[in-house]
Design a protein around this ligand. Structure first.
Ligand code: NDP
Length: 317
């Protein structure tokens, strides 16, 4: 059996990955972490994080990720700026390929590759990213208190985010591309019964408008009549779903229909021994930095226990 390069190999560098690293490093497991293509993860696309406990004045998202990296490194985590491009969990030790060339083996793997919010893919949306365009109402809604915003989408996320925002902002324009919503009936009712949410049916986003100060409006088009109009808004929220970053695990790990990794409830254990999934890659419900960090801690404790049991078995046989 080839000797493993890593006792604990962590894939991903959001709050889940770094928290797993802090715990594994403090347990003396010398974790090796690969950051992935977006070091720091989704929080690096947010300005102020005000809901992470312990920061009474809030913290800048990218700064928080730098701090988490430093904390992980302080205890001996080896942080590598590499992208894991394939894995082979069909035999033990577990195999991981980095940047399509470096092959490594690991005694345990903690997957913290997260999920990516879906965007419409229009240039103006990208131009105003972080300047009025957001894919997280819970993260950024507070900055639009008393202002008008738009939400795009028609699923449970769009319904939930519109309702959440309606309590903060003066008016929510919900942009729905069909003449009905996909969201559950109860959540739709909540939207329709909220006086300051206006639903724009059969409506698609043509362009996000703005200037140096950020977003000032959105031009929409009615896909039945072709009629265009401008809605003055300051915040433009995407709620058209997330995609878990699990493509490289297809065929290796069990996942649900949407591609989220399946774990044994109440744990971070996947269907392969020694492989653990933490954070948004296995969570389509909560998706918060604090819940990701919490599950990162669980993943490190699960990995530590797995390694201890394996070592004990080797000693006693
Ligand atoms: P969904 O995939 O359920 O819905 C995405 C929505 O976005 C659809 O209504 C879709 O429209 C719309 N959409 C997709 N692409 C575009 C586009 N290019 N332009 C305009 N609209 C677009 O994603 P959600 O994030 O809403 O939900 C994901 C999962 O999480 C679901 O299972 C949901 O039930 C669950 N969830 C549960 C919550 C709860 O129970 N509290 C809260 C949030 C999510 P169309 O309908 O026309 O396809």
């Amino acid at each position: 059996m080839s000797k493993a390069n890593a006792k604990v190999l962590i894939i991903g560098s959001g709050p889940a990955g770094y928290t797993a690293a802090i715990y594994a490093a403090r347990a003396g497991l010398k974790p090796i972490l690969f950051t992935g293509g977006q070091p720091g993860g989704q929080l690096t696309t947010t300005n102020d994080v005000e809901n992470f406990p312990g920061y009474p004045d809030g913290i800048n998202g990218p700064q928080m990720m730098i701090d988490l990296q430093k904390q992980a490194e302080r205890f001996g985590t080896l942080v590598n700026f590499g992208l894991v491009t394939s894995v082979d969990f069909s035999s033990y030790p577990l195999k991981v390929t980095v940047d399509e060339k470096t092959e490594m083996t690991a005694e345990s793997v903690i997957i913290a590759t997260g999920a990516s919010a879906k965007y419409l893919g229009i240039p103006s949306e990208e131009k105003f990213a972080n300047k009025g365009v957001s894919a997280c109402a819970v993260c950024d809604g507070y900055f639009y208190r008393g202002k008008e915003v738009a939400v795009v989408g028609a699923g449970d996320s769009a319904a939930e985010e519109s309702t959440y925002l309606s309590k903060l902002v003066s008016k929510v324009h919900l942009i729905v591309r069909r003449e009905e919503m996909r969201a559950s009936k109860i959540m739709q009712q909540r939207v329709l019964n909220t006086p300051n949410i206006e639903v724009h049916w059969n409506t698609e986003t043509d362009e996000v408008l703005g200037d140096d100060s950020g977003v000032t409006g959105v031009r929409v088009v009615n896909n039945k009549t072709g009629e265009k109009k401008v809605i003055p808004i300051q915040g433009f929220f995407l709620a058209i779903g997330h995609k878990p970053n699990t493509d490289i695990f297809r065929g290796n790990l069990e996942m649900d229909d949407a591609g989220y990794l399946k774990v044994v409830p109440g744990t971070t254990k996947t269907n392969v021994e020694g492989v653990f999934a933490v954070g948004d890659v296995a969570d389509k419900t909560y998706r918060q930095a604090i819940t990701a960090a919490g599950s990162g801690c669980m993943g490190a404790l699960d990995a530590e226990k797995f390694l201890a049991v394996k070592e004990h078995a080797l000693v006693t046989h």
